[in-house]
Design a binder for this molecule. Structure first.
Ligand code: R5P
Length: 289
């Protein structure tokens, strides 16, 4: 088996290859003068099974085109089975037609990836039903244990795991299991027309250290609102974690400025806070194949 990392996952691919004790493939990518992508696979892949690791990271269109060109080229060069691992599934937030005429972009991504893949893996996809867009075997891996292990190492005062909204509650539950504490989510209650109150659904956070988690952090707006709210309720330290650090602009510094004492993510996307590697998660899944 050969592990081949696309531009967005070169270090992760090396880690997975090392975990599995198999060859790390090599490819060259560069741009033609007009901006089009040139791709060449330098490893001999004929007859070998391939693990291709590439996140649909920013710039998403380029990552996606690189992945599709890579997958088709592998098949064309006579590779065996291709297991495509997309740690961060970009375009996942457009998973349905919210307004008339909109593209269901998450389905477009699935349709094209599966053309030249035999198996598909991703990590904590934004909406579970995205996996149903695939007609090939798929697996969604869950990185919550890795975040849980990270936060467990901290010396926390009466910790509680909090999701900024109900959508992130499953993730919060998973992490709380590993930390060994309670979890909750922030709920918006309409008090009267025009008046909304947001607070933890059941738990009191006063003097408790809060581990605030979401599947992704993009602008940071969701987390910053949540941090402010927790602080107004006299929470102790607020530590922020996510699986996918999408991070647009000065998100990290804004999170610290709003009172977070730690901000951490996995390396499904490379970033300044990608301290937790998902390589054991991917390797373990591949070993069970
Ligand atoms: C929303 O559905 C997601 O789970 C995140 O809460 C959201 O994408 C975070 O975005 P931002 O950081 O821009 O608030």
């Amino acid at each position: 088996m050969i592990v081949l990392g696309g531009s967005s996952c070169q270090v992760l691919a090396k880690e997975v290859a090392d975990d599995l004790g198999c060859e790390l493939g090599n490819l060259t990518t560069k741009r033609f003068p007009d901006g089009e992508l040139y791709l060449r696979i330098n490893s001999d892949v004929r007859g070998d099974d391939l693990v291709v690791i590439q996140s649909i990271s920013r710039p998403q269109d380029s990552s996606m085109v690189e992945l599709l060109i890579l997958l088709e080229t592998l098949k064309d060069l006579g590779a065996g089975k291709t297991i495509t691992v997309v740690p961060y599934y970009g375009y996942g937030r457009q998973d349905k037609r919210f307004n008339d005429g909109e593209a269901i972009s998450a389905r477009v991504v699935a349709k094209h990836i599966q053309l030249d893949s035999d198996v598909f893996y991703t990590i904590n996809v934004h909406e579970k039903h995205i996996m149903d867009f695939f007609d090939i075997p798929t697996r969604e891996l869950d990185a919550s244990a890795l975040l849980g292990d990270y936060f467990k190492m901290h010396d926390l005062e009466d910790p509680v795991v909090m999701a900024p909204d109900i959508g992130a509650m499953a993730l919060a539950k998973g992490i709380a299991e590993y930390v060994g504490c309670d979890c909750d989510y922030l709920e918006k209650k309409r008090l009267r027309p025009g008046e909304v109150e947001t607070k933890p659904k059941t738990l009191d956070v006063k003097d408790k250290d809060v581990i605030l988690v979401d599947d992704m952090i993009d602008s940071g707006g969701t987390m910053i609102e949540a941090i402010k709210l927790l602080k107004s309720q006299n929470a102790g330290n607020v530590l922020v974690g996510c699986i996918h650090p999408v991070l647009t602009g000065s998100t990290i510094s804004n999170l610290f400025a709003s009172g977070a004492v730690d901000v951490v993510a996995t390396n499904t996307l490379p970033s300044q806070i990608s301290f937790i590697t998902v390589s054991p998660l991917i390797s373990m899944a591949l070993k069970k194949l």
